[in-house]
Ligand binder design. Structure first.
Ligand code: G6P
Length: 369
């Protein structure tokens, strides 16, 4: 096992650090940035299914569901296709409106999640075209779907999903860009800019990983918190949900993810000097609005940890700590902002002596409903 961990103390840490290579492996042979081409046979062979679809419904569970939420933003923003993201366990039992004009995308690391598998069967019965995004080659979901794209993240052993998440987002981003181009919804320059920036993501993830020592110090400060709040807006709202899930899963600290502006409708009541609030505030999108959300937290004495773009000055003045990530296009920021939140949860769990790779009550692959 020590050999398999490749010198890392835990599989989770190894898998966090594998992300630059994993993302590169995901787009290898698919993303031809110089030529301006995205090659994905599962999409190319079924392109009319996607271009004629009334809507895309994404079904998944857990972290994969969060990747689906990120995809919703990118599909709607760039490809202008309406997207619904559903918990597979809800979808399968609620008589959803699905017809042969629908495309359903099932996302699953293991490819074995029982609820996701059942959702796929239901969608097929209703005539939908079902596309799988799986990591495990030859898994049940990969076999049950009409077509698909593997994430090629390599084996993920840690129960808390890390590289599966970022590679799922990478695959879904490629699909969204491809559809945006085919449907003529994206300008040539924006399309090429996205392709170039996507190709740079692995080295930017590498750079984000270099904050590890600083993140350990931040983890030390907050490891004894009883509750934490994670906030983000737009593309980074799902990252806030995923950040909170990661902390819950491995450190057993209660954490909630929320859209930053919804805070005033409830969670703000929880804020006091005991409450660390992790706020994703990258410099694109809703930056000013997020900064004003941060001011609201500060005026209630909450502890603020900002995940910001390199060189940020505003949040630095307000926050107790900041963690920087490199600059990229807004639509690609989840691939970077996720990294410090993974490391933070990891270090807190290690400091609390928890079983990082096999947290209590959780399973890597949930084959029962
Ligand atoms: C389990 C795992 C999670 C995972 C979820 C969905 O709960 O512990 O990490 O996100 O299942 O798994 P899947 O394999 O379908 O992505």
């Amino acid at each position: 096992e020590q050999i398999e961990k490749g010198g890392y103390e835990h599989f989770m840490l190894k898998e966090i650090h594998e992300q630059p290579d994993a993302i590169r492996d995901t787009y290898r042979g698919r993303l031809l940035a110089k030529e301006g081409i995205i090659k994905m046979s599962g999409i190319d062979d079924n392109i009319e299914k996607f271009t004629n679809a009334d809507k895309i419904t994404i079904v998944a569970c857990g972290t994969s569901w969060h990747a689906g939420l990120v995809a919703e933003y990118i599909f709607e923003d760039l490809a202008r296709i309406p997207v619904e993201v559903e918990y597979a366990s809800e979808f399968r039992y609620r008589n959803p409106v699905i017809t042969n004009k629908d495309v359903v995308i099932a996302i699953s690391q293991s490819g074995e999640t029982a609820d996701t598998l059942a959702a796929i069967k239901l969608a097929k019965q209703n005539g939908a075209f079902v596309f799988g995004v799986c990591n495990v080659v030859g898994s049940s979901i990969a076999r049950e779907t009409h077509a698909g794209a593997y994430t090629h993240a390599g084996p993920e052993i840690g129960v808390a999903s890390t590289k599966a998440f970022t590679t799922q987002i990478t695959v879904l981003t490629l699909i969204a860009l491809k559809l945006a181009k085919v449907k003529g919804k994206i300008s040539n320059s924006n399309y090429h800019y996205h392709l170039q920036e996507l190709e740079l993501i692995p080295e930017k993830v590498q750079k984000a990983l270099q904050s590890d020592q600083h993140i350990q110090n931040v983890a030390k400060t907050y490891k004894d918190a009883k509750n934490c709040l994670y906030l983000g807006r737009g593309y980074n709202f799902p990252v806030a949900l995923e950040g909170a899930l990661k902390l819950k899963e491995i450190s057993y600290i209660h954490a909630e993810g929320y859209p930053a502006a919804e805070m005033k409708h409830g969670p703000i009541a929880l804020i006091d000097e005991q409450m660390p609030v992790f706020v994703i505030a990258t410099n694109k999108g809703h930056y000013e609005k997020v900064v004003s959300n941060i001011e609201e937290i500060k005026s209630r004495a909450g502890k603020i940890i900002g995940i910001v773009t390199e060189g940020d000055a505003n949040v630095k003045n307000l926050a107790d700590h900041i963690i920087e990530v490199p600059e990229t296009l807004e639509s690609l920021t989840p691939l970077l902002t996720t990294i410090p939140l993974q490391l933070l949860s990891y270090h807190i769990a290690v400091m609390l002596n928890k079983n990082v790779d096999q947290p209590r009550n959780l399973a890597k692959s949930v084959t029962v409903e």
